[in-house]
Design a protein around this ligand. Structure first.
Ligand code: SF4
Length: 365
């Protein structure tokens, strides 16, 4: 295992796609990949409309900057397939689950690199076998998104130079060679992993050929973006990572496109002046908003593994949280789905608002 890595997650890879939905307690879940996170608001609206027409009237954003619709009939109606494909988010039927590419959300100059990586990934038949958990990342000199559990990343330090990274290892890499090197490590991973139930490079032994030529190179990652204005832009937090109709109506009034972040938020380029309006529509637009640090897994009634209504409890507890405090993540069981990568208090199987407020360190309500 790689140095500093303490856990392995071996088992069935059930990451959903459009062509391979996962059937949960409330119906089928489909996931659409958004390499780099940039998406048109009209596309978000169409996916929400699919959920509204056939399943749950909400659109989830995931920590890999993908989009998810749930509560759909199983098997999927033909109209769902047709409408989802019409969004243009399924350029490859063979590689849909392999297209997990994070990019620094405030670095539009990385767009061409993301597109190049995505195209080359989809053009290689071998890489269709990448697990849905395998994660590429592309960052700028700030190290944004390198807090996330990437398998292989490219960090651009200048327009022509950068670093190829695998965990805490790395090597210098020219921008012109970045895509080739990223994909070569992915191919080596497929070639040298012990079997299809090994999902990530961090699960490989430290002497794996996948790590050949890499030297210790600590990651200096920028902290995740928090809700609020940054210069002219706005980071708009999404409570419980669920976009609803009110959110999209407000977004459509101020922008054509947003960039999904891995942190339950979207970046709205030039959106700082709309903070009040978007806050009124239900986005979190200040760092002291409870939703800047409160999150939950799906929980009951969506997930069969628990009877704890994690989301409902989060909604009920949010107004009682202090202006500042620890990140809190509610989960229905030890699987801890969606747990933040940064320090947080994990509340397992909560049963009441008090369980959440206690975790916040408030005991004198
Ligand atoms: S943490 Fe447990 S209860 Fe929550 S979504 Fe994951 S499996 Fe379900």
């Amino acid at each position: 295992m790689l140095p500093g890595v303490t856990s392995t997650r071996l088992g069935a890879d059930r990451c959903p796609g459009l062509l391979t939905p996962f059937v949960a307690q409330d119906g089928a879940i489909i996931r659409l990949r958004i390499p780099g996170g940039r998406v048109h608001v009209s596309t978000l609206a169409e996916l929400l409309a699919i959920g509204t027409d056939f399943g749950a009237p909400m659109l989830a954003v995931t920590s890999r900057t993908n989009l998810q619709v749930r509560g759909l009939p199983d098997p999927l109606p033909q109209e769902v397939m047709v409408r989802a494909e019409a969004t243009g988010l399924l350029p490859s039927s063979t590689h849909e689950r392999a297209r997990n590419i994070l990019a620094a959300p405030r670095a539009p100059e990385l767009g061409p690199l993301v597109a190049e990586l995505d195209a080359a990934l989809c053009a290689d038949p071998v890489l269709a076998d990448l697990p849905g958990r395998f994660l590429f990342a592309v960052s700028d000199a700030t190290g944004s998104v390198l807090t996330e559990p990437f398998d292989v990343a490219y960090q651009a330090l200048t327009p022509t130079t950068g670093v190829l990274r695998v965990g805490g290892l790395g090597m210098p890499c020219a921008r012109a060679d970045a895509v080739a090197h990223l994909l070569e490590r992915a191919r080596l991973f497929l070639q040298h992993r012990a079997g299809p139930r090994v999902w990530n490079i961090r699960d490989l032994p430290a002497d794996s050929p996948v790590l050949r030529g890499l030297e210790p190179m600590p990651v200096d990652a920028a902290a995740p973006l928090v809700p609020g204005p940054i210069g002219d832009d706005l980071v708009a937090g999404i409570p419980l990572a669920m976009l609803r109709a009110d959110h999209l109506t407000a977004l459509a009034r101020v922008t054509n496109a947003v960039v999904i972040t891995p942190w339950r938020s979207v970046v709205i380029p030039g959106g700082a002046r709309f903070a009040q309006e978007l806050g009124d529509a239900g986005f979190s637009v200040t760092a002291t908003d409870p939703w800047a640090r409160l999150s939950a897994c799906s929980g009951a009634p969506w997930c069969a593994r628990t009877s704890s209504p994690t989301m409902e409890l989060a909604l009920a507890a949010a107004p009682s949280l202090r202006p500042s405090g620890p990140r809190i993540h509610l989960v229905g069981c030890e699987r801890a789905c969606g747990a933040p990568t940064l320090d947080h208090v994990l509340v397992v199987d909560p049963r009441s608002v008090d369980d959440v407020v206690t975790a916040d360190g408030v005991s004198d309500r």
